[in-house]
Design a protein around this ligand. Structure first.
Ligand code: ADP
Ligand code: ADP
Length: 233
């Protein structure tokens, strides 16, 4: 069964004097274990789509089923509960708290979820090790490289064991080598069964995923399987 079903999804931003159709009748399905990249020029609706998929916003019309549940009409607080259980976010600008170290940044979602101190300690260490940063636990973001900072952000996205990871230009601020390392981590997570959806402008990055959705002017204009995804080292 698909983990994401989007039917005729439309998002219109209403301004004072005009309306802007950011997404128009978008329809697709994503199955568990897929690794999808979302591409398209600036302004084509990629961020709007990610905001809807991540339950950060609701559509103007159309349906969104997340894990069989229709979330398109949910109210804010129910939507937030759904989001926290199902989705891990990774952003281009990392979005870590600058005054907290790597350990504390990864721990934060677990504190919100009411997990005990002992269990938090175990899980934070497990996920920092998973991204290769067990020896950087007590560094703050400004003491880490861009690639390391993004790996902390990935560990933070993973601690609540989401079934889906949404990443908006996760390699956009990184050099090629660091970007490659991030894609390696995503591929490993995908091998382990995580469903990943990633926005990128870079064709090279999209060739590491298994499927490419292409957007133009708010419409889905391409949906292609990547025949032999490039393995990142
Ligand atoms: P992309 O991520 O592909 O660059 P966006 O989804 O950010 O595209 O934007 C799609 C269109 O919707 C653009 O024309 C953008 O200016 C507009 N838009 C995005 N967010 C908002 C918003 N919150 N209010 C008004 N217009 C918006
Ligand atoms: P990206 O670099 O991911 O495409 P954008 O620069 O398009 O991001 O948008 C950054 C943020 O600003 C998003 O949250 C988007 O919804 C919002 N935004 C984009 N365009 C507009 C707009 N015309 N009016 C208001 N908010 C906008």
């Amino acid at each position: 069964k698909p983990i994401i079903v989007v039917e005729e999804l439309t998002k219109i931003y209403k301004m004072e004097t005009f309306e802007l159709k950011a997404l128009q009748n978008v329809t697709f399905k994503i199955y568990p274990g897929e690794f999808v990249s979302v591409m398209g020029p600036s302004g084509s609706g990629k961020s709007t789509l990610m905001n809807l998929l991540g339950c950060l916003d609701t559509p103007t019309s159309g349906r969104y089923f997340l894990d069989q549940q229709d979330v398109s009409m949910l109210k804010d607080n129910t939507l937030a509960t759904f989001r926290n259980k199902k989705i891990g976010f990774v952003f281009q600008s990392f979005n870590l708290l600058p005054r907290l170290d790597a350990f504390q940044n990864v721990e934060l979602p677990l504190i919100y979820a009411g997990v005990s101190r002992v269990e938090r300690n175990e899980m934070v260490k497990k996920f920092l090790a998973k991204v290769g940063l067990e020896d950087r636990m007590h560094h703050r973001p400004n003491q880490l490289s861009g690639g390391q900072t993004q790996r902390v952000a990935i560990a933070r996205a993973l601690v609540n064991d989401p079934s889906i990871i949404l990443a908006d230009e996760p390699t956009g601020n990184l050099d090629t080598r660091s970007g490659e390392e991030i894609m390696h981590i995503f591929q490993t997570l995908n091998d382990e069964g995580k469903t990943i959806i990633l926005v990128t402008h870079e064709h090279d990055i999209s060739l590491h995923t298994k499927r490419i959705l292409l957007f133009r002017d708010g419409q889905l204009v391409g949906d292609e399987k990547v025949e032999n995804p490039v393995r990142a080292e």
